[in-house]
Design a protein around this ligand. Structure first.
Ligand code: ADP
Ligand code: MG
Ligand code: ZN
Length: 616
């Protein structure tokens, strides 16, 4: 609306200005000189008789008399009669009149015609002007549409915000691979002489936040060759064919600048498997993808252009992209392990004032599963928390606090619980923590809190002792019991259940079902059930195709139920066994709202809780 309105407004302004201009022209054309004044015929007659008139001009009915003092007077005569006749009637002596030079002018061509034509022409001119401006704007728009085919390829400037490999912590294999790529471009001869082919495409893969874009920028910073980057989504516009022509343009630009690097970020936006047309508009996407394939094949052998691409969904990429000669080099970026996390924290803490007590290792221990981006965010949140307290340095507690903020969202201290709600929440969280402490395979508890955070009413933070890439059946079972610990505590203490446990139940049910259908951890042994399809567009599971009978389906349900009820039973048993500890812990939580690891471990010791093995 506003956009449409603006050019119109502009046109209106232009027309008004044009009007004003024309009015000024008119005024200067038709207005008489400054000294001219209107006089009556009688006055004119008197002046002639007084011999004050030096010159008379007659133009149609307008009589202009010039006086001795060089001023002028203008008057009108009757249309039908001549001037001499008229003046005679006013008592002018014909002799006196004869002495005055009399000039009879034809109505001046220009002003006459202007006078006649302008009133008719003016509207036409104005309308013409209006259209002209409108068309001019439309033409400008059209030429913009023509430039759609040009890619928004950006040349990375090595001088602005230069990133180098030193700014990327961990990811050593990935860096190694990319160092090689950079070397290819810097010393191509070395490789060509030995008969090695220069790689064409390198695909960076990894979950969001693992530093794919960062690493690509580091390559740019290290390469010493032109580095062009574009986000794949920029290829595709509303108009069909734009993507393909932009692709052509991007590759052309890179080739002209060879040796060079072309970086296509988030390539999954166009590189999705063809034919999987969910979500419409795939024709355009496919054309763009085809164009990329064509361009990559079209590089001459010696063309020193390396295409770098990043994606977090390698599983949905079209196989044609991954064929040798295209993106045949694939570099996986994993979530950072504990050492990498420490290094990443170091990098992001470099320019921040830190207290002496800050220990990155301890933060790294508490942040398994955090990506590089999460850790960068954590350091930033820590700084914000410190600033909020008007501190000039960041302390360890700020960073601890930031972990929870990144994990669970901000604290919601303002949400006040009633006494009863507080008691329920305290027992619920104490239940989780105690079950975790009483089972051997459960992760240790790091913190318990009944301050609500984000969606959670309270939370029990438990973390594995080390980074884990595999999980075992025993761990799952202990996890299940601990997840149902809150529910079981409410049940045991209040003989009632609150809605606060609903998320726990959903999580537990999901784990139990996966154990049975996916991991072969149920009674069926080594078999999976159901073919899971992922929604290509969103990367989510949408449907699980059933490839088993109704009978098996009900048996699966039975097995899931069996696992869950065993976990529930174990949780209840543990809580009954350590009821004193549960009461003490809940009481403490009501008093202090949060309990840290050390304090919790003291309590566990005090009540001599012995971790048991839970199996079914
Ligand atoms: P991706 O493109 O993989 O989604 P980014 O490269 O955009 O992730 O990373 C986001 C931010 O996370 C980076 O700007 C950087 O601050 C931080 N980051 C991620 N990985 C690392 C790392 N290995 N070392 C240092 N910082 C990292
Ligand atoms: Mg990225
Ligand atoms: Zn819970």
């Amino acid at each position: 609306m506003l956009k449409l309105f603006k050019p119109l407004l502009k046109n209106i302004v232009i027309v008004v200005i044009a009007f004003a201009g024309i009015a000024i022209v008119f005024a200067s054309l038709f207005s008489s000189p400054a000294q001219t004044k209107d006089i009556t015929l009688t006055e004119l007659a008197n002046k002639i008789n007084a011999q004050e008139v030096t010159h008379i001009t007659v133009e149609e009915n307008t009589v202009t008399a010039t006086f001795k003092d060089n001023s002028q007077g203008v008057t009108k005569k009757e249309t039908e009669s001549g001037l001499s006749e008229t003046l005679k009637n006013y008592g002018v002596d014909p002799k006196t009149l004869q002495q005055i030079p009399l000039e009879v002018k034809d109505p001046s061509g220009f002003s006459y015609w202007l006078g006649v034509l302008l009133p008719t022409l003016l509207p036409v001119i104005l309308i013409g002007l209006f259209f002209w401006f409108t068309f001019r704007q439309a033409r400008a728009g059209a030429s913009q549409a023509m430039s759609f085919g040009k890619s928004n390829l950006k040349l990375f400037s090595p001088f602005k915000d230069r990133v180098t490999f030193a700014d990327v912590a961990g990811s050593n294999e990935a860096k190694q691979e990319l160092v090689e790529v950079v070397d290819f471009l810097k010393n191509p001869k070395k490789y060509i002489d030995i008969g090695a082919k220069i790689p064409r495409g390198v695909l960076l893969m990894g979950v969001p936040g693992t530093g794919k874009t960062l690493l690509a920028r580091a390559v740019a910073g290290e390469a010493g060759v032109p580095f062009f980057h574009i986000s794949a989504s920029e290829f595709v516009e509303m108009f069909v064919g734009v993507g393909a022509s932009r692709t052509r343009d991007a590759f052309l630009t890179a080739k002209k600048a060879a040796p060079s690097i072309l970086f296509i970020d988030e390539i999954d936006a166009i590189g999705r498997e063809r034919g999987a047309g969910l979500g419409g508009g795939h024709d355009e996407r496919e054309q763009t993808l085809n164009q990329i394939l064509v361009e990559m094949d079209g590089f001459e052998k010696e063309a020193q252009v390396i295409v770098l691409a990043a994606t977090n969904r390698p599983d949905i990429l079209d196989p044609a992209l991954l064929r040798p000669g295209r993106f045949d080099r694939r570099v996986t970026l994993d979530l950072p392990d504990i050492n990498d996390r420490e290094a990443i924290l170091h990098i992001h803490g470099k320019n921040k004032p830190l207290a002496k007590d800050v220990d990155y290792r301890k933060i790294a221990v508490r942040t398994p599963g955090f990506s590089g981006a999460d850790l960068a965010n954590l350091m930033n949140e820590g700084a914000i928390l410190a600033a909020r307290e008007n501190k000039t340095i960041i302390e360890q507690i700020h960073l601890y606090e930031a972990i929870e903020k990144v994990l669970l969202g901000p604290e919601r201290k303002s949400r006040t619980l009633s006494e009863q709600e507080k008691k329920i929440t305290a027992y619920h969280e104490a239940g989780h923590a105690l079950v975790a402490a009483s089972l051997k395979d459960a992760d240790p508890v790091h913190k318990i809190s009944i301050i609500s955070r984000g969606q959670a009413g309270g939370y029990t933070l438990k973390l594995p002792t080390e980074d884990r890439y595999l999980r075992t059946r025993k761990q799952f079972l202990a996890d299940l019991a601990m997840t149902l610990g809150g529910y079981s505590a409410e049940e045991t203490i209040f003989k009632d259940i609150s809605t606060g446990a609903s998320n726990d139940l959903a999580v537990a049910s999901e784990i139990a079902r996966r154990m049975v259908t996916r991991y072969g951890m149920g009674k069926f042994g080594p078999i999976t059930f159901g073919k899971t399809q992922e929604l290509i567009f969103l990367g989510k599971e949408i449907s699980t195709e059933r490839n088993y009978s109704d009978k098996i389906a009900s048996e699966i349900d039975g097995e899931v139920e069996h696992i869950l009820s065993s976990a529930h039973k174990t949780a209840r048993e543990m809580l009954r066994k350590y009821k004193d500890a549960l009461d003490a812990l809940a009481q403490k939580l009501i008093e202090k709202e949060t309990i840290e690891k050390d304090e919790f471990e003291q309590l566990v010791e005090q009540f001599s809780i012995k971790p048991a093995v839970f199996s079914i």
